[in-house]
Design a protein around this ligand. Structure first.
Ligand code: FAD
Length: 436
């Protein structure tokens, strides 16, 4: 006979950023011992995932757990495993859920154990897209690496030690590629980046923004190959990668290859059971899905973005944190017959590498207006971009802003001030934001 299911009032499925911030909110709203469980594939308590492509890879004083457990990323307390046990929150780690039956409110693990719940928070995040998914020749060779979780980061650290001062090829020019290219360079690798687009981070960067980062990376000794893709890999007798073959015929020697070509939200367990949109699980402004009592937060949620009057999915850490807090507040309020305000999110993304750091708020649609000094050879480059749509500023990007300046650009993106004269806006640059 199958073992009896373990029951919790609340189950958070997934143990990443959203899970950690949801647990903190449950903790502060009040949760009784035994009411809440987090079930995670990962062997460790929730942590701040962005650290994996930054501090975790430093050659000296690298970040390690327990240093970056949630919720330090927003200046809060670190929730160590003891915090969960003190609160009576069960951390069920190294446990993959392979089946979710929302009708019977039952989750089944790979080992066949079952859990039931009254309320479920789906926080399964994303998985990386692998080159083996497309059958790229030789993509299964050793030292062709990806980065999503701490196990991946440990593999990368081990490979950097084994192939000291070697050659690294980064496939992909998104933020993961850019951050990892920098990390490998800081670790003294000879780094080449390869991407098919005309410039890096094309989903956000304009040509003017990318001009700075590509020049800056080149000044650090990173080679950039654009307009082509990796079409195959060579390996030695041990199966270790030795070269990346490009579609344009060039061959790049490589001891390590790191691939950052995007992710996919992990929604497969719920196929056919909840409404989906934009590749995610469709929610309302409180992150409840089409199934009552089932919430989706973080990367997997396709939620109403009030500011733009559109359902969207956001794969960034700020939203993972805020959506988790919103969902738990809404769950708790509902239980006591109260309500909370609708989620009103202002998109916020950031990235850091070497000694450059940028922030972006709002929407990158409409016409872009570059301002400031984006010359990578400048002693003190400082620049940004506004996006103007229907005569209003709807998005702002800023490299190297101070805390106050970043607050000012966030205010602009939220307020969407009108712009009469785009040339004047370009000339005014950051001054415009300071006045809003
Ligand atoms: P995750 O944090 O990915 O957590 C998902 C959790 O669910 C994981 O623990 C996973 O193991 C678990 N899980 C999934 N399926 C199952 C299952 N079936 N059973 C059990 N457990 C399961 N964003 C930024 O804005 N700025 C950055 O600088 C930045 N840097 C990043 C760097 C890296 C290396 C990565 C990978 C992401 C970065 N991000 C960044 C994105 C950000 O980290 C994510 O948007 C955020 O982590 C999403 O939170 P989440 O809780 O939805 O998912």
């Amino acid at each position: 006979m199958a073992a009896e299911a373990k029951h919790f009032k609340y189950v958070i499925l997934g143990g990443g950023v959203a899970a950690g911030y949801a647990a903190r909110e449950f903790g502060s709203q009040g949760v009784k011992p035994g009411e809440l469980a987090i079930i995670s594939k990962e062997p460790v308590a929730p942590y701040e995932r962005p650290a994996l492509s930054k501090g975790y890879l430093f050659p000296q004083n690298a970040a390690r757990l327990p240093g970056f457990h949630t919720c330090v990323g927003t200046g809060g307390d670190r929730l160590l495993p003891q915090w969960y046990s003190h609160k009576g929150i069960e951390l069920i780690l190294s446990t993959e859920i392979v089946k979710a039956d929302l009708a019977s409110k039952t989750l089944t693990t790979a080992a066949g154990a079952t859990f039931t719940y009254d309320t479920l928070l789906i926080a399964t995040g994303s998985s990386v897209i692998k080159l083996t998914d497309f059958g790229v020749q030789g993509a299964e060779s050793n030292n062709i690496l990806y980065l999503r979780d701490i196990a991946d980061a440990d593999k990368l650290v081990a490979a950097m030690q084994a192939k000291k001062d070697g050659k690294a090829v980064v496939v992909g020019g998104g933020y993961i590629g850019l951050e990892l290219g920098a990390a490998l360079k800081i670790n003294n690798f000879d780094v080449t980046m390869v991407y098919p687009e005309p410039w890096c981070m094309p989903r956000l960067f304009t040509a003017g923004i990318a001009h700075f980062y590509e020049g800056y990376y080149a000044s650090k000794g990173i080679k950039i190959v654009k307009g082509t893709v990796a079409s195959g890999f060579d390996a030695d007798a041990n199966g270790d990668v030795t070269a990346v073959k490009l579609k344009d015929g060039r061959v790049l020697e490589a001891d390590i290859v790191i691939v950052g070509v995007g992710g996919r939200p992990l929604t497969g367990l719920f196929k056919g059971q909840v409404d989906e949109e934009k590749g995610g699980l469709k929610t309302d402004a409180f992150f409840e899905t089409s199934v009552a009592g089932v919430y989706a937060i973080g990367d997997v949620a396709a939620f109403p973005m009030k500011l733009y009057n559109e359902q969207r999915r956001v794969e960034h850490v700020d939203h993972a944190r805020k959506s988790a807090e919103q969902a738990v507040k809404a769950i708790k309020a509902k239980e006591s017959g109260e309500s909370v305000a609708e989620y009103d999110y202002l998109p916020y993304f950031y990235s850091r590498s070497f000694d450059v750091a940028w922030q972006f708020y709002g929407d990158n649609v409409g016409d872009d207006v570059l301002f400031g000094d984006n010359d990578p050879a400048s002693a003190k480059p400082k620049f940004g971009s506004y996006w103007v749509k229907d005569g209003k500023v709807v998005g702002v990007f800023l490299e190297g802003g101070s805390a106050e300046e970043n607050q000012a650009i966030a205010k602009v993106a939220r307020a969407q001030p009108p712009v009469a004269d785009v040339e004047a806006l370009k000339k005014e640059g950051l001054e415009f934001a300071a006045k809003v």
